[in-house]
Each structure stands twice: as structure tokens, then as C-alpha cells.
Design a protein around this ligand. Structure first.
Ligand SMILES: Nc1ncnc2c1ncn2[C@@H]1O[C@H](COP(=O)(O)OP(=O)(O)O)[C@@H](O)[C@H]1O
Ligand SMILES: [Mg+2]
Length: 460
């Protein structure tokens, strides 16, 4: 229960704090009261002692002593035996006072205050004051003892302790209950927050937690949550448009396939015509297959499913290979490739080549005919950046921000060759992210730069 409920936990903490404080108070109060009661008893003893002592000192003759004896009996009985007086001496004639309790050994007492516990557990201890009076006249040296029964004092102390325990006990119960109630009341905003969260529905737009209705302490949490909602909304939008885009991309080749096949079937065709049709169908099928492969690739990259075969490679060498791979399209447009710089990086060779080939293939398509495409490899402390620069028409900044989105193309035309369906740059981005990097693009002074970074890492 205490693990699961914050209110119960807080109530428990309140209770523990109160119990410790109340006990500390109770002990302090009791000790103080006990000390003050003992002081009072000492005062009383002192008072009794000084009341009788002059009488003893002044009586020296045997006759006087007889009178004193009678006085002593009076004194001891006058307060119901609560205060007792004894005199002992070596001469039994000078013994005065009633019977002495067994536990008290008058001879062994030291001068001054003392306390003797009685064997009967129900009886309170005796407080005594003892003094030795020197011999005077015929009278020998005497020990004079006054004793007080501490029952009334101890009774006060016991009663006080009982009340104290009672107050502590009920105080603690009150605090536990109040603590629980207070913390539950304090938790209300959290309940309100979770009630609000419960109403969130996946896919519904513009859903936000209402921050104004929450106490200050929860603002940061609610803001963070709203941030998640914004990102989730974006991801949802992307997913939705992605679905629409996928459908759209696949629809064109499929419509073409169906149309051509229906046409071919509508009447008898020569073998040559059928071969043409199959050739054209194959193109559409390849286009579809390429889209699907790219999508699978992307989805694997995004879920981190690549069994990365990381190795330490020279990026210059790998770039060289990618350029060779694209040789045909480069020569077709009389383009040359220049590789600047080098860096050794810990990368998945296949992914790196794929990424660079995507950039180069775009470059070869959009570069000014007969120009040179530059591949710049720059190593900095934390990143290696690889960029492909080609001369070409400036790209508007509005497009620049979106080029790395899936299926996004500047011309928007979806009827390009079998390999250009707008997934190339999003694959570059996914590969960069797999390697702890990101992508960048700029278009200025007639040069378009597309590139990606790779995190410089120890062997991952
Ligand atoms: N080097 C470049 N110069 C100009 N525009 C480019 C360049 N590279 C990419 N683009 C633009 O970015 C879009 C997306 O590129 P990409 O994702 O590779 O898709 P695709 O190559 O299939 O069109 C391209 O359609 C093009 O409009
Ligand atoms: Mg491309």
C-alpha cells in the first residue's frame, strides 16, 4: 500500500515525524517534571529537618528527652505517617521515632539527601535527609533522619505521564489521518492531470493538456507532455501523409500495369506487341519493387534493425567506389567527380556507399551539364562531414527544409524514371542517423550542397 500510494506514504512520513517529535517532547517534559518534583521534595525535607533540629540540639537532659519523645510521636502521626522522624544513637535511650521500614538501614545512610526504593513494587521510594549531630552535655552523638514518602509526588508524575502518552497517542492518530487527508487533497491536481491524459485519443489533432488549471509544480511536467503530444502529432501527420504517398506512388505503376494488360487482352496481339507490353510492364514492376525496397530499407533503418557491419574504412576509397558505380550517368552528362579530403571512419561500408551514391545520383541529375561534382570529406573533432556539391539552379529555401522528407520532390512530378521516387534523401538521413550523425543542405551562389555527418566514435 505504501509503495503504491503517495498519499499513504506521505501520511506515514507525517506520522513517523510526529511520533519522533512527540516522544522527544514527552521524554523532555517528564524528565523536567521529575526533576522539579524531586527538588520540591528536597525542599520539603529541608524544611521539616530545620523545623525539628533546634529542638533536638537544645534538649540535653534526660527529662527533656522524654518530652521530645512525645513530640516525635505526635509529629510522625500528624501527617498520617507520610513524614517520619528517627533518631538513633549508640545509647538505646536516645532512640526516637516509630518502626523503621525493613529496606531502610538507618546506620548505613550517609549524611545529606538519599533515596531508598521499597521492596513492595507498588510503594513509591522514600526520600531521606540524614545528619549527624555531635554529642552535647550528657547526650551522646546522634543520627537524625527525616523521611518523606514520595507517593503524592510520584502520583503526580504518573498521572502526568499517562496524560502525556494519551495526548501523544491521539495526536499521532490525528496527524496520520489528517496527513492522509491533506496529501490526498494535495494530490488532486495529479488526478486531474491523469483524467486529462485519459481523454487523449491517438490521432486526434490539437490535443493539449490545459496547463493553466494545474498548480505550478506540475507545469513543467504538463509542458513536457504537451511537447510529446506535438511531436506525436507531427509523427502521426507524417505517417498519414506517408500512407497517402505510398498509396499514390504505387497507384500510378499499378494503374499503368492494369491498363496495359487490359489493352493487350482486349484483342489478339502479335508476339512482338506482347513482348513490348511485357517489357513496359517490367519497368513498372521494377519501379514498384524499387519503391518497396526503399521503404523496407527506410523502415529497417528507422527501427535500428540493421545488423551493422561496422568497419574502419577510408571514406575517400568508398567515395571513389560510389563514383565508379555511377560512372554511366555521369558520363552521359559529361560530368566529372573530384574528391577532396579523406577521413577514416567506423561505418557500415554498404550503408555509406548507398548514402553517397544517392547524393551523387541526384548530383548527376541536377548538375549543370559538363561541370564538376565535388565530394568534400572534412574531419572535425566530433564529426566527419561528407558533402556533395554540384553547380545547378538555386533551390528555394521553402523546399530545402523539406527535401529530406519521404517522397518530397521539388517538381512534385511523380512520373519520373523508375528510380526517382523521392526516397533517396530520406534514406541518406536514416543512414546518417544510424551513424550518430545528421544531414545538411544549402543552396547558394549557384552551388547546391547536400551532405551528412557521421559521429566520430570509438568502435561501437
Ligand atoms: N543536387 C540536387 N540539386 C537540386 N535538387 C536536388 C538535388 N538533390 C536532390 N534534389 C531535390 O530533392 C528531391 C528529393 O531527392 P531524393 O530524395 O533523392 O528523391 P529523387 O532523387 O527520387 O527525386 C529531388 O526530387 C530534387 O527535387
Ligand atoms: Mg535521388
Amino acid at each position: 500500500m505504501f509503495r503504491k500510494s503517495i498519499s499513504a506514504r506521505l501520511a506515514l512520513m507525517f506520522t513517523v515525524a510526529t511520533v519522533s517529535m512527540a516522544l522527544a517532547y514527552a521524554v523532555c517534559l517528564r524528565v523536567t517534571l521529575q526533576e522539579s518534583l524531586e527538588k520540591q521534595m528536597h525542599n520539603e525535607l529541608q524544611f521539616r529537618y530545620s523545623l525539628v533540629e533546634p529542638m533536638i540540639v537544645s534538649r540535653a537532659s534526660a527529662y527533656d528527652w522524654q518530652l521530645l519523645k512525645a513530640k516525635f510521636v505526635n509529629l510522625s502521626t500528624s501527617e498520617g505517617g507520610r513524614v517520619q522522624y528517627w533518631i538513633i544513637s549508640d545509647d538505646p535511650f536516645y532512640h526516637l521515632g516509630g518502626p523503621v521500614p525493613q529496606a531502610v538501614n538507618l546506620r548505613a545512610l550517609e549524611d545529606g539527601f538519599s533515596k531508598v526504593d521499597l521492596p513492595d513494587a507498588k510503594k513509591c521510594p522514600l526520600f531521606l535527609m540524614t545528619s549527624t549531630l555531635p554529642a552535647s552535655g550528657n547526650r551522646p552523638a546522634l543520627r537524625y533522619v527525616v523521611a518523606i514518602d514520595s507517593t503524592p509526588y510520584m502520583g503526580t508524575l504518573e498521572e502526568f505521564t499517562r496524560v502525556l502518552l494519551f495526548i501523544t497517542f491521539f495526536g499521532v492518530i490525528m496527524v496520520a489521518l489528517l496527513g492522509y487527508w491533506i496529501s490526498r487533497a494535495g494530490m488532486k491536481p495529479i488526478k486531474a492531470l491523469s483524467a486529462q491524459s485519459h481523454q487523449l485519443v491517438p490521432g486526434k489533432q490539437k490535443q493539449r493538456l490545459c496547463i493553466d488549471s494545474l498548480p505550478e509544480e506540475l507545469h513543467a511536467l504538463a509542458e513536457a507532455f504537451n511537447g510529446v503530444l506535438v511531436r506525436q502529432e507531427k509523427a502521426w501527420e507524417q505517417l498519414e501523409s506517408f500512407n497517402a504517398d505510398v498509396a499514390h506512388e504505387l497507384k500510378t505503376p499499378l494503374t499503368n500495369l492494369i491498363g496495359q494488360t487490359q489493352l493487350a487482352l482486349s484483342r489478339d496481339r502479335s508476339v512482338e506487341q506482347l513482348q513490348n507490353m511485357l517489357g513496359s510492364n517490367l519497368e513498372e514492376l521494377e519501379r514498384m519493387s524499387s519503391i518497396i525496397n526503399d521503404m523496407l530499407f527506410l523502415s529497417h533503418a528507422q527501427t535500428g534493425k540493421f545488423a551493422a557491419q561496422m568497419a574502419q574504412v577510408s571514406l575517400r576509397n568508398e567515395s571513389q567506389k560510389a563514383a565508379e558505380y555511377l560512372e554511366p550517368s555521369l558520363t552521359e552528362r559529361h560530368l566529372s567527380v573530384r574528391i577532396n579530403g579523406d577521413a577514416t571512419a567506423y561505418v557500415d561500408r554498404r550503408l555509406f556507399t548507398r548514402s553517397l551514391a544517392n547524393l551523387l545520383s541526384n548530383g548527376s541529375r541536377y548538375a549543370r551539364e559538363g561541370s564538376t561534382i565535388d565530394i568534400n570529406i572534412v574531419q572535425s573533432e566530433r564529426f566527419i562531414s561528407v558533402s556533395v556539391l554540384n553547380e545547378g539552379a538555386e533551390i528555394e529555401s521553402y523546399h530545402l527544409e523539406r527535401l529530406f522528407e519521404r517522397f518530397y520532390r521539388v517538381d512534385g512530378s511523380r512520373t519520373q524514371s523508375s528510380s526517382n521516387h523521392g526516397l533517396g534523401l530520406s534514406i541518406v538521413k536514416a543512414i546518417a542517423q544510424v551513424h550518430g550523425g545528421d544531414v545538411f543542405v544549402n543552396s547558394r551562389d549557384g552551388v547546391n550542397t547536400f551532405g551528412f555527418t557521421l559521429a566520430v566514435a570509438e568502435k561501437r
